[in-house]
Design a protein around this ligand. Structure first.
Ligand code: 2HA
Ligand code: ZN
Length: 298
């Protein structure tokens, strides 16, 4: 009866809308929308079967200041596998362990969350989302290690770190030698604008146990020189200054690998792009191309 009275009360709807308008939701903030847009677009590309892949974003200090009032600081601190003092005090928006990219848009608070890193970098706590006993992505050690490395080089860059399972890049790790220079050369030749997108090349990590410290260490070593690392028979780790930058890099890499696979299926290369062609592009575009890949055979 009370509810009926409420609904029939003139102006009930308007009152409700006014009240709700004043509430703020993390999932409506621009950084969260960009995060979930990437999750949705990448899932549509077929890079995230089941719970494959994960995504993290290091919030800016402005974003933390603006939305901190919505964070709860009551969850217990949990030890990190490895302390990352350089990202102590940072906040990350992360996907959840075992969660599906496909579900981030419709269930943001279950599939994603914001974690705070303790000031000494040894622990984290959930301050938003990851509801129903959620935990951050199983690949958190690699995300944080790479984030710390990139933050040390430049505080503002490479805030987005992204792990995907793109099929053509994975297929390529069964045939192309697992060598940074050779792999880069193959991908560069697949589309002549590729060297403009990743002039520094990409790194290759041989088979490693997912989620392990070894995976984090091997990736970290390669990330000193690159923004993209391919894990053989598993997937990719890429980073970028924003979500478009990261997704765009991933798109270019995967499309190149698709071309490589198609060419291989057509019987293999009969002609390709020469080192002189690449040198001409380097000069025309003012690039500094990876010397190893310039000298490698594609
Ligand atoms: O998130 O992809 O590598 C699941 C994974 C682990
Ligand atoms: Zn994976």
């Amino acid at each position: 009866v009370k509810r009926d009275y409420g609904r029939n009360f003139p102006g009930y709807g308007i009152l409700r809308i006014e009240q709700e308008d004043r509430r703020m939701y993390i999932e409506e903030m621009p950084f969260f929308r960009d995060f979930s847009d990437l999750a949705e677009a990448a899932d549509r590309r077929g890079w995230h079967e089941r719970n494959g892949g994960n995504l993290t974003y290091r919030l800016t200090s402005g974003e933390v200041k603006a939305w901190e009032a919505l964070f709860h600081k009551t969850e217990p601190w949990q030890a990190l596998v490895k302390a990352e003092p350089h990202v102590g005090g940072e906040y990350y928006l992360v996907t959840g362990s075992g969660k599906w990219m496909r579900h981030v848009v419709k269930e943001p608070r279950r599939c994603a969350g914001i974690i705070e890193i303790s000031t000494d970098g040894a622990a984290y706590r959930i301050v938003w989302g990851l509801e129903d006993q959620g935990r951050p992505t199983s690949e958190l050690p690699t995300h944080l290690a790479v984030s710390a490395l990139k933050k040390r080089a430049d505080e503002e860059k490479n805030r987005v770190i992204y792990h995907a399972h793109p099929p053509y890049l994975i297929a390529s790790t069964f045939t192309i030698p697992l060598d940074d220079a050779v792999f880069t050369r193959h991908l560069w030749e697949a589309d002549i604008e590729n060297p403009i997108v990743f002039p520094e090349g990409i790194g290759i990590v041989p088979w490693v146990l997912p989620g392990s410290r070894e995976a984090a260490e091997a990736t970290l070593e390669k990330m000193k020189n690159y923004r993209a690392v391919v894990w053989a028979q598993h997937g990719t780790f890429t980073c970028g200054d924003d979500f478009d930058d990261t997704f765009g890099l991933m798109e270019v890499l995967e499309k190149s690998a698709q071309i490589c696979c198609t060419v291989a299926a057509m019987g293999g290369k009969r002609q390709g792009v020469s080192t002189d062609n690449l040198r001409a592009l380097e000069k025309a575009c003012g690039l500094k191309l990876n010397e190893g890949a310039l000298n490698a055979k594609g």
